[in-house]
Design a protein around this ligand. Structure first.
Ligand code: FAD
Length: 428
């Protein structure tokens, strides 16, 4: 008889809620990870830093589990088929996992829960990747918040010391298992990438100074914890505890993350549809050549091009620059935000459906709590404000300055065209 602990977006042993519960359940615990072929087959390229990141995180987990005389069992396939196999190999009593709030993950978990119900197996999921989930923070009338400021106020008011207590792990209860080699990346159809995996650490000094330097891309002074939060190699409770102690601005960023997660949970259609439906009326130009120039960092606007090159070369882009390139695509080029969202989804190491969709809709003006549509970022002005010395743009775009910038579109013209098109689309 065993309980299964199913690792997903929580690739760590410390302060892991469902793992802690599984180890308390009385049964021996078999730790499992599934390379879900339904997800892998959707990835457009075999060179994918996210798959490499997961692979390296699993290697680390296996090393950590070895100390407790157990091992992580890794499967490749559709989760349902894997669970059927597990059921035939072991007498499974309960499946434990941490809740995942993305629409596709909810469907997957419903499928597994139905199978478990039918097989007389328990399926128990726990809140782990957020402080407040689903309907923890609601308006007085029971509806979800769609504006950040009141949401964050209630979020902060609800926070207690208990919300941040770490979950202990009773490692004695792991099932003893011999070590097995992990399948290689090549075995699952992927390649090694240039990624350097480092155990995520919270840098108190950097967090303390976060609000002072976070807007200047050349300083690279944000925490870079996005990917660790995405795959759960760091605990959100640890992050929030530090934020409370050191920096309110950083705390707000962590709350934005939960804000967008609950938006996607309550409004799953917003993954592909404008949150404000009137914006579906916008006549996007969707010029493919211009989209390609944007993707390749060849728009002739230094900050936009540097950002896209940073993304293409590393899988990361600074937040300030993400805002500029997203505004440029949707307003200057009038390309549907969904094209940009999809491109980011393909490239970003810290890609997260709720944050990506939420921020893209914000930039396009069609999201909840978005800036008014007639705010059009001026990429030149943004450059003067946030990279005055041109350090960031020269880092990613070394030929900048040596060749004349051939702009894809002139700013004043593009701005007028955007205002006109938005106005028409919205019937204003
Ligand atoms: P820090 O600045 O140190 O912030 C700490 C953490 O707070 C981040 O790692 C992230 O988890 C969270 N956070 C910060 N800002 C936001 C925000 N605006 N919305 C939601 N969470 C936030 N963030 C993602 O995690 N995944 C995405 O796919 C993503 N796509 C984006 C697309 C666009 C167009 C824009 C404008 C922003 C996007 N962001 C996304 C938000 C933000 O840019 C990144 O979280 C941040 O740049 C990551 O850097 P960092 O890890 O150093 O974060």
């Amino acid at each position: 008889r065993v309980s299964i602990f199913w690792f997903r977006r929580d690739l760590r042993l410390n302060d892991n809620h469902a793992l802690s519960q599984a180890l308390k359940s009385g049964e021996e615990v078999l730790p499992v990870f599934i390379f879900d072929t339904d997800i892998l087959k959707k990835l457009p390229d075999s060179y994918d830093r996210r798959v490499d990141y997961i692979h390296r995180a699993l290697i680390r987990l296996k090393q950590e589990l070895l100390v407790f005389g157990t091992d992580l069992r890794i499967y490749v396939g559709k989760p349902l088929a894997v669970f059927e196999k597990l059921q035939s190999d072991y007498q499974v009593t309960t499946v434990f996992c941490n809740t995942d709030y993305e629409p596709d993950a909810i469907k997957r978990d419903e499928l597994i829960k139905n199978w478990a119900d039918g097989a007389g197996i328990g399926f128990r999921s726990f809140k782990d990747q957020v402080i407040f989930e689903k309907s923890d923070v609601l308006k007085k009338d029971g509806s979800p918040y769609t504006v950040f400021t009141p949401y964050s106020r209630v979020w902060k008011a609800k926070l207690t010391t208990e919300s941040l207590l770490p979950f202990e792990m009773d490692a004695e209860r792991f099932k003893k298992l011999p070590f097995e080699e992990i399948p290689t990346l090549e075995d699952i159809g992927f390649q090694q990438t240039d990624l350097t995996f480092v155990k995520p650490v919270l840098d108190e000094g950097a967090v303390r100074e976060y609000d002072k330097f976070r807007d200047f891309p050349a300083l690279d002074s944000t925490t870079r914890l996005g990917v660790a939060l995405r795959f759960g190699t760091i605990s959100i409770r640890e992050c929030v505890s530090l934020a409370l102690k050191c920096n309110e601005t950083w705390l707000n960023e962590l709350i934005w993350r939960e804000f967008f997660m609950q938006i996607l949970f309550h409004f799953p259609d917003s993954q592909t549809k404008c949150f404000k439906s009137a914006y579906e009326g916008i006549a996007w130009r969707n010029n493919e050549k211009e989209f390609e120039a944007w993707c390749n960092g060849e728009t002739g606007y230094a900050l936009v091009d540097a950002g896209m090159r940073e993304l293409n070369e590393t899988g990361f882009m600074h937040n300030r620059v993400r805002m500029v390139v997203a505004s440029f695509l949707t307003k200057h080029l009038l390309i549907d935000w969904r094209w940009g969202e999809a491109y980011f989804a393909e490239k970003l190491l810290d890609y997260d459906c709720s944050a990506n969709v939420g921020n893209w809709q914000w930039a396009a003006g069609c999201g909840c709590d978005a800036a008014l549509y007639f705010r059009v970022f001026n990429p030149e002005e943004q450059l003067r404000k946030f990279d005055k010395e041109l350090i960031y743009v020269k880092r990613w775009n070394p030929e900048f300055e040596s060749k004349a910038m051939n702009r894809i579109v002139e700013h004043a013209f593009a701005r007028d065209r955007a205002l006109h098109t938005y106005k028409n689309g919205l019937g204003k």
